[in-house]
Structures are given as structure tokens and as C-alpha cells.
Design a protein around this ligand. Structure first.
Ligand code: SAJ
Length: 425
């Protein structure tokens, strides 16, 4: 089987780089997205996301006629689905978030009319265990004229597999090529054909398993990281209580040959680590106790930081009795969800800055060297954008929320400092 035309459904942080990579390696690629602006942008050879090196690859692919974006799927030899898997709205506080598979269902519904005998469909979206089988059922229901692995096994018309994306934002172009891939077909042939497809550009190993294990592998990786970060965050709270420097503690413990503790912070952000563990917890709430508690520990960390800020403001006012809260300027250093990126989505730092501004009657400065203006949500809350040096000079209370290079390079001693990343401590 040779795959000449590849269709990627969902042209976001994973789908667009993947589409561009197949195009760069000579495949004819049809990218599908529901957003007209996204489609237009890509067809102009431009990109709508921030990812190093991607713009040049997309531009070349479009100019060479290898990549085009459309709103409605067209026939292809292989379809890769890379759409979001968010949560359903949470009804009551404390409820376990439940996955919302509506985008996968919509993608299945959209490609079903153009599927033909011999096509391969791969789900790349991070998904709860069982989703690939569910996707196959949606496809089968829409195309009674085609056969699927569940009923026909290796003889089926359509091949189906799960191959989770595992690339790190900011390093996607390199990691897409170098990382190993875990490939779980609904039958061995589905897996083998998927390996053949990915080998177009993947230099890492393509390791075969079944679909459920592939789904669980991805969830396990991100849950493992979440649990480890929760351990570091819990240590930071314990150390604060016991008057111990947690950064020194971790660096000492990490000198043990079999210990490797991660770093505490203001909470866990981004679109993966704080989300994927819930896909395990929601499926097996009785069994996934540690994973559940880790989520709660990490989700509670921003509030702990905000409480620290309240105490710092009170301390400052006690030491400066001529001032009122209105006279106190608080600077938040870093708004992105992690160091040296400009991605503010699902960022605990951003949420902390917003909540400080909401509760504090004085000025709140937001310092983020990787962006040129604050998002509307923050401006509305009264946070004002500030250059780093200006904030250092003007603020009374300093809160480090992200360990950006620019901040690490400029160590300074301040009395009223809350350093959630341990860079100035
Ligand atoms: N964080 C800490 N302490 C640490 C490490 C991270 O507080 O020691 C925080 C970060 O500040 C950030 C959050 O965790 O707020 C997540 O950052 P991250 O760098 O751990 O991960 P992501 O979300 O950028 O990407 C992860 C990666 N997964 C793993 O490293 C296991 C990536 O490989 C996945 O492809 C990606 O999730 C995804 O798409 O699922």
C-alpha cells in the first residue's frame, strides 16, 4: 500500500505541523479545518499558531502545491484526525471532568462520505481508552457499504489505528521527526500500514501495540509528569511551613543516583498535563486515586500563591504604615504557561495575575517579555503591561510566576518577593 494523498483533519498545534511535514516529504496533503480564517491563512502560506520553524515549512509546502487547506474533506488514502478533546462543562464544583468527544465524532462524520476501500484512518488526538474503537463505530454507522476491523478483522475495507501525538510545544518540528511513535492498530495490519505511513518522515522507532494500550500510553506519560509535579508542589508547601528552601532541598535530594524530583511552580498549565490525567480518572475513578489527588494538588497551587500574595500585601502595609493598599504596586513576572514561550492559554500565571488584580485595589503589573500586549481578559481585570526593568523599579511586591530566561539572567534581592520558580530565591 502506498499513501500518496494524506488528509489531516484539524489544523491546530499538532495537525498543521504534521500536515506540513508530510508535504515536506513529498506527499500530497489536504488539510481540513472548520475555521475559515485558518484555512485562508494556510492557503496564503502563513500560519496561525506560534511554533518555531513551522512558518517556512508551511510556506514552502503551499508554494510547491503540496499542501492545501479546505473546509470539507476530500478523498485521500489516509486520514489523520488531530482535533481537540476537551471536557464537557462541569456541573458541580468538585465533579470529575468528563471528556467531550464531539470533535472526534464530527471529524468521523465529516470524512465518512469520502472514505473508500483501502483507506487508513488514524486518530492522533489524545483520547480516553476506547475512543479509537468508538471512532470506528461512528465510521461504520455512517458507511454501511464498507467493512471495518471489528467485524471483518484483517479483511476489512478500512484500516484504523491510534497514534498519539507526543511532541513538546516549542520543539514540534524536531520532535515530530525524532520522537518514537506508539502505534496501536485495531488489527496488526492496521498497525503495519500506519508504521509505513509515519516512516515517511519519522526517524524514531514506530513501536506497535494495540489501540487501547496506545491510548493509555499517552495518558500515562502526561499523568506521570503531573503526579511528579504534584510531588514537587506539595514539597514546596511543606517546606514553606517548615522554613526550608525547597529549591536547595530538591537539588540536594537529586544528588541521589536514583532520585529525580521535578520543579515546583505556581500550578500546572497548558493543554495536556492538566487535562489528560482526568481521562484516566473519569474512566476508573475508584482505581485512579493517586492520579486524582495529584490533579487536585496541582490545581490548588494557584490559590496557595494568591494567599501568599495577600499575606505579602498585609506585611508590606504593616511595615509602611503611611500607605494604604491603593498605594501598593504588585508585579507579576511571567504570564505564559511555562518558560520561554508566548503561549498564555490555560496558564496558571495568567490566572494568578488576573485574580490578584481583581482582589487588590492598587496597581497590578503584568510582565511578559514574550508578548507585546496583554490579552483582553487581563486588561479588563485592570492588569497593566509593564517592561521588566520598569516593574522591578516601580513595584513594592514581586511575584515570579514563570522562569523565563530574561528573568533568570537578572537576579536581584527584594524584600517582598514571592518566587514560585526559585530563580531569585
Ligand atoms: N511544570 C512544572 N514543573 C516541572 C515541569 C513542568 O511546574 O518540573 C509545569 C509547566 O510550567 C507547565 C506544565 O507543567 O505549566 C506543563 O509543561 P510541560 O513542559 O511538562 O508539558 P507540555 O504541556 O508543554 O507538554 C506535554 C509533554 N508531555 C510530557 O513531557 C510527558 C509533551 O511531550 C506532550 O506531547 C504534550 O504534553 C501533549 O501534547 O500532550
Amino acid at each position: 500500500m502506498s499513501f500518496e494523498t494524506i488528509s489531516v483533519i484539524g489544523l491546530g498545534y499538532i495537525g498543521l505541523p504534521t500536515a506540513a511535514m508530510f508535504a515536506a516529504y513529498g506527499k500530497q496533503v489536504i488539510g481540513v479545518d472548520v475555521n475559515q480564517d485558518t484555512v485562508n491563512t494556510i492557503n496564503r502560506g502563513k500560519i496561525h499558531i506560534v511554533e518555531p520553524e513551522l512558518d517556512a515549512i508551511v510556506q514552502k509546502a503551499v508554494n510547491d502545491g503540496k499542501l492545501k487547506a479546505v473546509l470539507t474533506p476530500e478523498p485521500a488514502d489516509a486520514f489523520l484526525i488531530a482535533v481537540p478533546t476537551p471536557f464537557l462543562p462541569i456541573e458541580n464544583e468538585g465533579d470529575i471532568p468528563q471528556p467531550d468527544l464531539k470533535y472526534i465524532q464530527a471529524a468521523a462524520k465529516a470524512i465518512a462520505p469520502v472514505l473508500k476501500k483501502g483507506d487508513l484512518v488514524i486518530l492522533e488526538s489524545t483520547s480516553p481508552v476506547g475512543t479509537t474503537e468508538q471512532m470506528a463505530e461512528w465510521l461504520a454507522a455512517a458507511r454501511a457499504d464498507l467493512t471495518f476491523p471489528k467485524t471483518e478483522g484483517e479483511k476489512s475495507d478500512i484500516r484504523i489505528a491510534h497514534c498519539p501525538e507526543r511532541v513538546l510545544p516549542g520543539h514540534v518540528v524536531r520532535e515530530l521527526v525524532e520522537n518514537d511513535r506508539v502505534i496501536g492498530g485495531l488489527t496488526p495490519k492496521c498497525s503495519q500500514q500506519s508504521v509505513e505511513l509515519y516512516k515517511t518522515f519519522v526517524q524514531g522507532d514506530c513501536v506497535i501495540t494495540n489501540a487501547r494500550t496506545a491510548e493509555m500510553t499517552k495518558l500515562t506519560e502526561n499523568s506521570c509528569r503531573d503526579v511528579q509535579i504534584a510531588f514537587a508542589n506539595e514539597l514546596s508547601i511543606i517546606c514553606d511551613e517548615l522554613d526550608i528552601n525547597v529549591w536547595e532541598l530538591i537539588s540536594l535530594a537529586n544528588r541521589h543516583p536514583r532520585i529525580n524530583i521535578l520543579q515546583p511552580g505556581p500550578g500546572v498549565g497548558g493543554h495536556c498535563i492538566a487535562v489528560d490525567p482526568w481521562f484516566i480518572v473519569s474512566k476508573t475513578p475508584e482505581q485512579a486515586r493517586l492520579i486524582h489527588v495529584a490533579r487536585q494538588v496541582n490545581d490548588a497551587k494557584p490559590q496557595w500563591v494568591i494567599n501568599k500574595v495577600k499575606i505579602a500585601i498585609a506585611d508590606f502595609l504593616q511595615a509602611n504604615s503611611d500607605k494604604t493598599a491603593k498605594d501598593v504596586t504588585v508585579a507579576c513576572y511571567g504570564l505564559a504557561f511555562k518558560a520561554d514561550i508566548d503561549d498564555l492559554r490555560e496558564s496558571p500565571a495568567l490566572e494568578i495575575a488576573r485574580q490578584i488584580s481583581d482582589m487588590h485595589s492598587g496597581r497590578t503589573l503584568g510582565v511578559e517579555p514574550n508578548i507585546s500586549a496583554l490579552p483582553k481578559k487581563l486588561k479588563k481585570s485592570g492588569v497593566s503591561y509593564s517592561e521588566f526593568e520598569k516593574a522591578k523599579n516601580e513595584a513594592d511586591i514581586h511575584i515570579i510566576l514563570v522562569d523565563h530566561k530574561a528573568f533568570k539572567a537578572s537576579k536581584f534581592q527584594k524584600k517582598h518577593l514571592i518566587d514560585t520558580k526559585g530563580i531569585w530565591t
